[in-house]
Structures are given as C-alpha cells and as structure tokens.
Design a protein around this ligand. Structure first.
Ligand code: HQG
Length: 180
C-alpha cells in the first residue's frame, strides 16, 4: 500500500484534475467527485486512504489544492484542470502586477508567442514572486516573468482568482510581459 502523503496528494491531483478514468471516477460538470467513490477507487489502486487521511491531506495541502463540500460527500480540485469542467470561477480585478514562473528553456518560445495556457484551462499567475519561482523550478532553471495584469484588465481581459489564490487568465500577449 502507498502511504506517502505527497504521493497520495499527487495521485489526487491526477484523478481530480486530469484523468479520473484511471480509477473509473466520474466528475460532475463542476468538477465534483463522490468522496466515497474516490476512496474506494484509490484503495483499489493501492493507496492507503480513508476519510480521515483524506481530510488530513486536504487541510494540510501546502497550496490548498482540494476542497470538500459542506457535508464532505463531495470533493474537487480548486484549479489546474485539463479536463472540461466549469468551476464557476468569479471574475476579479487583479493587482497591477502579477508573476509567472517558468523555466529558462521556455523563454525564447514565450518571447515569440506569449504565455499560452497549454493543456490547462488558464495561464496560472501568482501575486508573489517567491511562489512563481517555485512554480518555475518544476521544469528546470526558473525565471520569473512580470505580467502587467492591471493593463490587461483595463484592456478588457478577464481575470479569475481560484479558491486557493491562484490568479487565472487566458493566454498572455507578449506586450504585457516584462522579461527581466
Ligand atoms: C510554459 C502548479 C513555451 C509555462 C503550479 C509553463 C501552478 C510556454 C508550462 C499550476 C509558453 C505549462 C500550473 C510558450 C507557457 N512557449 N512554454 N509560448 N507559454 N509556457 O504545468 O503555470 O502544484 O501547465 O510557463 O503551482 O507551470 O500542480 O503550468 O512552464 O499553479 O497544484 O508551459 O501547477 O500547481 O506548464 O503550473 P503547466 P504552470 P500544483
């Protein structure tokens, strides 16, 4: 049985954001999964999990990646999906500046085409530089880009803030990106 909490959390991200079919899980149109069904599916996939462990992972997740509904019968990921779900995110005015962390190897391509959402629903931005740097480190030597979110917003581009404080927007044109 897999007991490592980080491994369990990564598997949760996989099934709640990208591939629920791995454990024959179904997400509803708003991304919610049935908690009992999720637990049963994860047990079959050899993850050591029960409602207590799941609650512990959800509450201790460094980025607050997951959320239960009020009676804990359903669970979903707060953001980061590649599958088609509608999180009913609220539009919100962004701060003047936001940050995006990426790897240096991506810079030439970003200078050509701007920031693209790739397989996810949105481009992910952070309000602090340190978080952006950590995001960038996942793919290699990190570089932090400065995004002129205030300008984008006054040009009519929409921003959303996920439940776990990630700023989300559509693709970012190069004219709004400062490369340091
Ligand atoms: C890059 C984590 C070349 C982009 C984080 C990124 C985040 C380009 C990668 C969340 C490009 C996509 C998402 C272009 C964008 N040319 N590369 N034109 N445009 N890119 O993983 O933002 O830990 O889909 O810079 O905290 O890295 O999973 O997005 O490097 O919030 O909860 O293409 O994942 O959260 O990679 O990360 P991703 P991301 P969790």
């Amino acid at each position: 049985m897999i007991t490592d909490k980080i491994k369990i959390s990564k598997f949760l991200s996989l099934v709640l954001r990208h591939k629920p079919e791995t454990i024959s899980l179904e997400l509803d149109e708003n991304g919610w999964a049935d908690t009992d069904f999720l637990i049963q599916g994860m047990l079959k996939a050899n993850y050591s999990i029960d409602i207590k462990v799941l609650k512990d992972i959800v509450s201790s997740s460094d980025k607050q990646r997951f959320k239960f509904n009020d009676d804990f019968s359903k669970i979903r990921a707060n953001q980061g999906h590649s599958i088609n779900v509608d999180l009913k995110l609220e539009q919100k005015l962004p701060p003047e500046i936001l940050f995006h962390g990426t790897a240096t190897k991506n810079i030439d391509s970003i200078k050509q085409g701007g920031l693209l959402k790739q397989s996810r629903h949105h481009v992910h931005l952070s309000s602090d530089r340190e978080t952006a740097k950590k995001v960038g480190m996942r793919y290699g030597k990190p570089v932090v880009l400065i995004i002129e979110a205030g300008k984008m917003s006054s040009d009519g581009i929409k921003f959303y803030l996920s439940e776990n404080s990630v700023w989300l927007t559509e693709n970012v044109d190069i004219k709004y990106i400062k490369f340091e």
